[in-house]
Design a protein around this ligand. Structure first.
Ligand code: 9J3
Ligand code: ZN
Length: 264
């Protein structure tokens, strides 16, 4: 329990609680204007309303090519209600490439922990990144340049760089079996296979899914993202039960690869 792990937040999870549309925390939000920041395009911060549970880990989320924060907005309240501060961002331009999106995710985390109105609610040592498509490719770039990040969850990621031996951040890569824009055979799968084999890593391939499945509320994405973020940002081993043994193929899971037990 909490006495053993100062970072754990919220009640003991169940399969129902990680599949739920909302978790145990009521969520507030605040808009960050692009005019008030540099290095990224502003966004929306979703955070647990309560101040009675101390600080929370935090996650920045980038949209994909031509996308805006609205394309990944569902993740804000979905993840924040489980006990995270979540910053869904806009990029400087919607055409920015993955390396730029990676730098923007880090600028957003720096803003969140150092300047934002909720900085007092964030534990600056427990940070993660997510993103869709080129934003997922950007999540890999962010983790490559900042190994202190505690978790990365690229969603149907796209990147020209296929090799990620530099990563030290536990990474869950989510691919979609029907993705024709970032086919898993040339993006998500080689990204996963070219992470260090010593790293805590996983590959979730969604069944009956497309490149744009991460753009609307998706229970399979949510439950495994929540489990990964809780397990590695909060060190919360109560969530290990949903990750190990590896989830088996199902109506929504085409394939799942990873290492078990986790080592970090
Ligand atoms: O962010 C994305 O959706 C990347 C996929 C893409 O449009 O790549 C073409 C250059
Ligand atoms: Zn590389």
């Amino acid at each position: 329990h909490a006495a053993d792990n100062p970072y754990e937040r919220g009640p003991a999870p169940t399969n129902a609680s990680i599949e739920a549309v909302r978790g145990p925390y009521a969520v507030s939000e605040t808009t960050v204007s692009s005019l008030s920041v540099t290095g990224f395009g502003g966004g929306t911060i979703y955070y647990p309303t309560s101040t009675s549970d101390g600080t929370f880990g935090a996650i920045a989320v980038s949209p994909g090519y031509t996308g805006t924060q609205s394309s990944i907005a569902w993740l804000g309240p979905r993840l924040a209600s489980q006990g995270f501060v979540v910053f869904t961002i806009d990029t400087n331009t919607t055409l920015d490439q993955p390396d730029s999106r990676g730098r923007q995710l880090l600028a957003a985390l720096d803003y969140l922990t150092q300047r934002s109105s909720v900085r007092g609610r964030v534990d600056a040592t427990r940070l993660g990144v997510m993103g869709h498509s080129m934003g997922g490719g950007g999540s890999l770039e962010a983790a490559k340049s900042r190994p202190s990040l505690q978790a990365a969850v690229p969603l149907t990621p796209w990147n020209l760089d296929k090799t990620w031996p530099e990563l030290r951040t536990p990474t869950l890569i989510v691919g979609a079996d029907g993705d024709t824009i970032a086919p898993v055979s040339s993006h998500a799968e080689p990204f996963y296979e070219n992470l260090p084999s010593s790293l805590d890593r996983a590959y979730l391939e969604l069944n009956g899914a497309s490149h744009f499945s991460p753009n609307t509320s998706n229970t399979t994405i949510a439950k495994y993202s929540i489990s990964w973020l809780k397990r590695f940002i909060d060190n919360d081993t109560r969530y290990e039960q949903f990750l190990c043994p590896l989830p088996r193929p199902s109506l929504t899971i085409e394939e799942y690869r990873g290492n078990c037990p986790h080592t970090s």
